[in-house]
Design a protein around this ligand. Structure first.
Ligand code: CMP
Length: 139
């Protein structure tokens, strides 16, 4: 059993897509081990995305993830959860995302791409602990 971290981003929350996205997550066999709605501060978004701080899109991304509206933070559990959640999300750019993926169906563009997922076990551990304490995660 592996854990990964997911965010339902402001563009999806704003369009009332929380239920549709959670339905896809659960129907693929993930357990939702932790979940909360939050409005990120700019500082929280900058810390969360610190690996991208030299990228040209960093300022727009962190502004969008904070001022853009509330998000839903999730810890997902399943065998091979990290890879499985990345497959279910689809490619970062919805133009490249495969049919049947969340980003293909719901994303607006490469920034407002509806969902986030950890890309490695190390990042999953960092991202989960960034937003959740151990006592908030129930297997
Ligand atoms: P996410 O998986 O959350 O990781 C970094 C985010 O930066 C990405 O999804 C997009 O929302 C955003 N982003 C904006 N522009 C780009 C880009 N050119 N390449 C990668 N990510 C981008």
């Amino acid at each position: 059993m592996e854990r990964t971290f997911a965010i339902i981003k402001p563009d999806a929350v704003e369009r009332n897509l929380i239920g549709k996205i959670l339905e896809r997550i659960e129907s693929k066999g993930f357990r939702i081990a932790a979940m909360k709605r939050a409005r990120l501060t700019l500082e929280q978004a900058e810390g969360f995305y610190h690996v991208h701080k030299e990228r040209p899109f960093f300022k727009d991304l962190t502004t969008y993830m904070s001022a853009g509206g509330p998000v839903v933070l999730l810890v997902l559990e399943k065998d091979n959860a990290i890879t499985g959640w990345r497959e279910l999300m689809g490619a970062t750019n919805p133009k490249d995302a495969a049919d049947g993926t969340i980003r293909k169906e719901f994303a607006v563009d490469i920034e407002k791409n509806s969902v986030h997922g950890s890309d490695s076990p190390e990042n999953a551990a960092f991202e989960i602990s960034y937003f959740f304490s151990q006592t908030e995660i129930l297997s």
